[in-house]
Ligand binder design. Structure first.
Ligand SMILES: NC(=O)c1ccc[n+]([C@@H]2O[C@H](COP(=O)([O-])OP(=O)(O)OC[C@H]3O[C@@H](n4cnc5c(N)ncnc54)[C@H](OP(=O)(O)O)[C@@H]3O)[C@@H](O)[C@H]2O)c1
Length: 252
């Protein structure tokens, strides 16, 4: 049997690291034979290792860096079963999400679009040949998943604000819907999905947790477990969906 191969982008982030840890442990837990995990890091250097874990540097704002990482992976495997992009941007050391129109600035807006929207398209462009060769196990599709956000839903927007983040996640959702249509014509058994992870206790959400009830603030481990469970039940007919951590559909 071929190995089951995962690629996690943003593997040192809050949710990304929890996903990497759970995937890596699948073989040790005997829930899956012969699992290998490729995981990418950016500024934060990985602080854990495992025999079946392969770290690679990747700046998702630099197409050459994406291409280079995929070439390195292709030297070690002929296929990838699942790609999960967990990289994202809401705030930086100097910039916070906008509360009002007067705070909108070009550089921060474009950075959000690059990290949150464009990157998944570029990753898909370069990883496609490896995904196309994924072995179908138990009729399960290959997966291309990106962590989006409920605030990217246009019809769900009741509060306003966060222009750059909301617009970039809405653009991501459209890009992944488009991709699901294109790949449904050219690839068999492929599922493209965008996901809301819940409100998760990470550095990304840390400045905005004061109004979140304790029971609604998920640990990264819990969110990762839920997201992986949802992905494990996906089939190709669900390609192009926007779902939350419980597998519930979110309106566009
Ligand atoms: N936390 C929540 O409540 C929540 C809610 C809804 C949606 N989300 C979404 O979930 C995803 C993961 O968020 P998180 O909470 O885990 O945030 P996080 O802890 O801040 O992780 C973000 C990850 O993105 C990586 N990244 C940023 N810019 C990058 C670049 N140019 N190239 C490569 N990697 C880059 C970071 O790498 P470095 O650490 O090396 O900089 C980090 O690994 C994001 O898409 C976020 O929008 C989170």
């Amino acid at each position: 049997m071929n190995a089951k191969i995962y690629l996690v982008i943003g593997g040192t982030g809050g949710i990304g690291k929890a996903i990497v840890e759970q995937l890596v442990n699948k073989t040790a837990n005997h829930t899956e034979k012969n699992t290998h995990v490729f995981a990418t890091y950016y500024k934060n250097v990985p602080d854990f290792e495992a025999d079946n874990l392969h770290w690679l540097p990747m700046d998702i704002c630099d197409e050459q860096s994406i291409k280079q990482a995929v070439e390195t992976i292709a030297q070690q495997t002929d296929h990838i079963n699942w790609v999960i992009n967990c990289a994202g941007l809401l705030h930086s050391g100097t910039q916070q999400p906008e509360k009002a129109l007067r705070q909108v600035e070009t550089d921060f807006f474009l950075k959000n679009m690059q990290v949150n929207a464009l990157a998944s398209l570029l990753i898909a462009k370069h990883i496609r040949p490896l995904l196309a060769k994924a072995e179908r196990s138990n009729d399960k599709p290959a997966i291309f998943a990106t962590i989006s956000a409920r605030v990217g839903s246009i019809s769900d927007n009741q509060l306003g604000g966060w222009y750059s983040y909301r617009m970039s996640k809405a653009a991501l959702n459209m890009g992944m819907k488009n991709l699901s249509i294109e790949w449904s014509r050219s690839l068999k058994d492929m599922c493209v999905v965008v996901m809301q992870p819940g409100t998760v206790n990470t550095q990304l959400s840390a400045p905005f947790q004061s109004n979140v009830a304790d029971e609604q603030l998920f640990s990264p481990a819990y969110s990762a477990e839920c997201l992986l469970e949802v992905l494990s039940k996906m089939n190709a007919s669900q390609s192009g969906s926007f779902v939350d951590w419980a597998g519930e559909s979110i309106p566009w």
